[in-house]
Design a protein around this ligand. Structure first.
Ligand SMILES: Cc1ncc(COP(=O)(O)O)c(C=O)c1O
Length: 414
């Protein structure tokens, strides 16, 4: 932990220096959205000042906009281990998933089965439920195991049959923080000839994604969860994207990925997205890495993953020492690599909203409620309306922030 350049990291993020009523803010709301480095803010501004023209014109400002679009797709392709043609960028993961589910729906018929999970965020459930309702598909629910906190391969195997057409599942949970063994789960689904759609929104800020190694057909994430602008990114396997009949304007391009990017691109956000990957590359260099962009990203993630894990251990141990607290997720420190640093808990007397608001009054930002993890909360027998307190660490948090957070939890809860 001593080797992680936390001070250099923190100076990149202007929001981390902000205070409320003289108190330094502690951002532990990261699973709902991370803060951004100055270079991302500058990137957005540059996109608006230099590249606000539309794409495809004969003049220089339009060339700039084209270049931003191209560079953003290339950056996200390196980020995901993919080809730029396979990267579809849009307003949010949920929006892209609604769109793609409609397109995939063109290949499905009444009576086909789809599998969604009890572990996912609504962004990867509601689009499929609407589709099932419109097309008369059969929905099968894949549970997660309440002891391992993950989806067990046997539970998936039990649901697969010759009618199964699609599996939508998350890489990591936005409530419990557990990371699924997506590689194994995807290989089971692929062996049964099933299309696989992975929600990697909560994994992306904590682990480097490699779409080919996972073996899925689609994977979605959101850049505002990994230090970038509010955008969603959807990767799809090229041969599948080529075959799918996109919902698009008649006169818009049939090329990939344009045929799935309806409307005028958000050039300023794309410009910020390039800088998001630039920031991670910078961190890779700070951590002593070298080589290709992808190699630098790997060094960055390896560096902050260890650092985050050490903070998570302290957070979990501290919460477990407070009487009345139940953590909903993996607490065994030997299994720390099977979770992201998102820790949700309930207290036997005090409501999550009360806890979150007391913490806010001392400058500690945590979330309360179901956090759109509507199914996981139900699966755990927690009242949806009250939900949990969710504390989500990012690599820019510090040991002293975790200490101050635990002191305040102890004060409020004891
Ligand atoms: C696991 C997960 N999936 C999907 C989403 C939705 O992402 P977006 O806001 O980009 O639609 C979120 C947002 O919190 C999430 O945590």
């Amino acid at each position: 932990m001593a080797d992680f350049p936390i001070e250099a990291v923190r100076t990149q993020f202007p929001a981390l220096a902000m205070k409320d009523n003289g108190q330094q803010r502690i951002y532990l709301d990261n699973p709902a959205g991370t803060q951004v480095p100055q270079r991302v803010i500058d990137g957005v501004v540059k996109g608006m000042s230099d590249g606000a023209s539309n794409l495809g014109g004969m003049f220089s400002a339009s060339h700039t906009a084209n270049q931003i679009w191209f560079d953003a797709h290339r950056a996200m392709a390196d980020f995901l281990g993919a080809s730029p043609k396979e990267v579809i960028i849009g307003p949010s993961m949920t929006n892209l998933t609604f769109n793609m589910s409609r397109t995939i729906g063109r290949t499905l018929s009444a009576g086909d089965e789809i599998i969604v999970t009890c572990m996912d965020h609504e962004g990867d459930i509601s689009p499929w439920l609407h589709l099932a309702q419109d097309l008369d598909l059969v929905v099968k629910w894949l549970p997660f195991d309440k002891e391992s906190w993950r989806i067990e391969p046997q539970d998936l195997q039990n649901l697969l049959n010759e009618k199964t057409r699609l599996l939508a599942l998350n890489y990591a949970s936005n409530l419990t923080g557990s990371i699924n063994d997506v590689k194994t789960l995807i290989s089971l689904a692929k062996a049964a000839g099933v299309l696989t759609y992975v929600d990697a929104v909560q994994f992306a800020p904590h682990g480097l994604i490699d779409v080919n190694s996972i073996g899925c057909d689609f994977l979605a994430c959101s850049s505002y969860k990994f230090f970038g602008p509010h955008m969603g990114i959807l990767w799809g396997r090229q041969d599948i994207l080529e075959e799918l009949d996109a919902y698009k304007c008649r006169c818009s391009s049939l090329e990939l990925p344009e045929k799935f990017e309806t409307g005028t691109p958000q050039t300023e956000m794309l410009s910020g997205l390039i800088e998001t990957v630039g920031y991670l590359e910078w961190l890779g260099t700070e951590l002593g890495g070298s080589g290709t962009r992808r190699e630098l990203l790997q060094t960055a993630y390896d560096g902050f993953c260890d650092y985050e894990n050490s903070l998570t251990r302290v957070l979990i141990d501290g919460l477990m020492n407070i009487s009345g607290v139940t953590i909903h997720g993996i607490t065994n420190s030997n299994r720390i690599s099977e979770r992201v640093p998102t820790v949700s808990f309930t207290h036997d007397r005090i409501a999550p909203e009360t806890i979150a608001s007391s913490m806010a009054s001392v400058g500690v930002f945590v979330w309360h409620g179901h956090n759109y993890a509507y199914e996981p909360v139900r699966h755990l027998g927690i009242v949806e309306q009250t939900g949990v307190v969710r504390v989500g660490i990012a690599h820019y948090n510090t040991p002293s922030e975790i200490e101050r957070t635990l002191e305040n939890f102890a004060r409020i809860l004891n």
